[in-house]
Design a protein around this ligand. Structure first.
Ligand SMILES: *Cc1c(COP(=O)(O)O)cnc(C)c1O
Length: 420
């Protein structure tokens, strides 16, 4: 079902349920190591092959490179575009040209199709073209293109929504956004392998992560281990021969299957679109608060990142300057600390069951640096980064009133923090 949605040929593709989006990333890297460093399964990883991902890729890149023995120093970060948070293709091309010139192979390129903080999508179709122009040096296999879509995958449901007839009656505000997200997911077709988490924007219980590969014959044969006397292949499905896991639970695959069957395409479209309407309501609401500013206005996922400033500050103007003017570095840092303090205050209230006007306060997380200041594009200045409060609505019962209440509590937490 999922391979069909990706536009792959289902009978040629395969899938494994594994231990989280982290497991999927590890599989994506392992596939690259096995394909590129052809004797690595016998001799071990003895070449410093690179794994390339964007500055905004998930931190599980560290688990995967560390535990597979490639080493974290072999992670290479591609810059992200300041407005869209997408992988910068010019920088990617520079890196690939340089590695090829120096005889260094790339094992896997990871496109994050929905980043954890900003829900940005890397332009994977164009990444595929760049990779095709810069193959690995002689003697090494072809690099694998892995799509980390664990949190963003469900936008695939809008790949072939009828935007003209609009049967689910989404607003004009979100229709172009749904269309863009569906189009971004259309490009999953170009990946060699994709990770999706049903336990994220699929509303299934932990852990139900699916690692999918387009060419089952290749994946399953290059990872193949020999038969043992006590293994009998009774059916065509024998993951014990080519996966990391030995004994495993079926709960993830059942949860994934049930999710696909129970919601169906339309059910998933209704849920996602409904929550997205509320996200854009929040965008507009933030704009009506002069002391607040949305800091990822161009991102099209469910996440809103925003900052709250002391009362009387024009947040839009102040943030614009903090983002780009090195002279305001200390302001940026001061307001990062304010953001963190507000986030911690909200968490403290949430945990202690605090009520304001008889109502509970929301749970809201925050990011301690979802992007760098524009004058700090290589990230060398660890403090010149942007902190932000994070709204990630996942509840189908979320309403405009919920969002009004959330901002009311944010302002109250800000006042509490600043009252010394
Ligand atoms: C959450 C996340 C992961 C890790 O997935 P788990 O299921 O928590 O192991 C990896 N990549 C991205 C983009 C994520 O958002």
């Amino acid at each position: 079902m999922v391979a069909n949605m990706f536009g792959w040929t289902p009978v040629n593709s395969g899938a494994i349920y594994t231990y989280g989006g982290g497991g999927c990333w590890t599989y994506g890297l392992k596939y690259g190591l096995t394909r590129v460093l052809k004797d690595s399964r016998e001799k071990g990883v003895r070449t410093d092959a690179k794994v390339i991902c964007s500055q905004q890729a998930h931190y599980v890149q560290q688990n995967a490179t560390d535990w597979l023995g490639l080493g974290m120093d072999n992670i290479v970060h591609v810059r992200t575009d300041v407005a869209t948070n997408q992988m910068d293709l010019v920088h990617l091309e520079e890196l690939l040209t340089d590695f090829a010139a120096r005889g260094i192979p790339v094992a896997t390129v990871v496109c994050t199709m929905g980043t954890t903080d900003a829900s940005a999508f890397d332009p994977i179709g164009l990444v595929r073209e760049v990779m095709d122009r810069h193959p690995n040096p002689e003697g090494f296999g072809k690099a694998v293109l892995y799509a980390d879509a664990v949190v963003g995958w469900s936008w695939i449901y809008f790949k072939d929504y009828d935007f003209e007839a609009n049967p689910l009656e989404f607003s004009d505000r979100i229709l172009p956004v749904l269309r863009r997200n569906g189009e971004a997911m259309r490009e999953l077709e170009y990946a060699d392998c994709v990770g999706i988490d049903f336990h994220k924007v699929g509303w299934a219980p932990y852990v139900s992560s699916c690692f999918l590969y387009r060419d089952a014959t290749e994946f399953e044969s290059i990872h193949r281990r020999g038969a043992d006397a006590y293994l009998q292949a009774r059916t065509p499905y024998n993951p014990m021969y080519y996966t990391l896991e030995v004994s495993r639970t079926a709960s993830g695959s059942l949860a994934g299957w049930a999710t696909l069957k129970y919601f169906g395409k339309e059910g998933m479209q209704a849920i996602l679109g409904g929550i997205l309407e509320t996200k854009y309501y929040l965008y507009d609401l933030i704009r009506s608060h002069p002391d607040m500013v949305c800091v990822n206005p161009d991102d099209t996922g469910l996440i809103t990142l925003f900052r709250v400033y002391p009362e009387g500050v024009d947040a839009q103007v102040q943030f614009g300057r903090e983002l780009s003017d090195p002279a305001l570095r200390s302001d940026l840092i001061k307001h990062n600390h304010l953001t963190e303090a507000v986030g911690n205050k909200l968490f403290e209230w949430f945990r202690s069951g605090k009520q304001i006007d008889g109502k509970y306060t929301p749970y809201m997380s925050f990011s301690t640096g979802f992007r760098d200041a524009t004058y700090n594009r290589d990230g060398t200045d660890e403090e010149a980064v942007v902190y932000a409060l994070k709204s990630f609505p996942m509840n189908v019962f979320i309403t405009p009133e919920t969002m009004q209440w959330a901002l009311h509590c944010v302002a109250a937490a800000r006042d509490e923090v600043l009252k010394r």
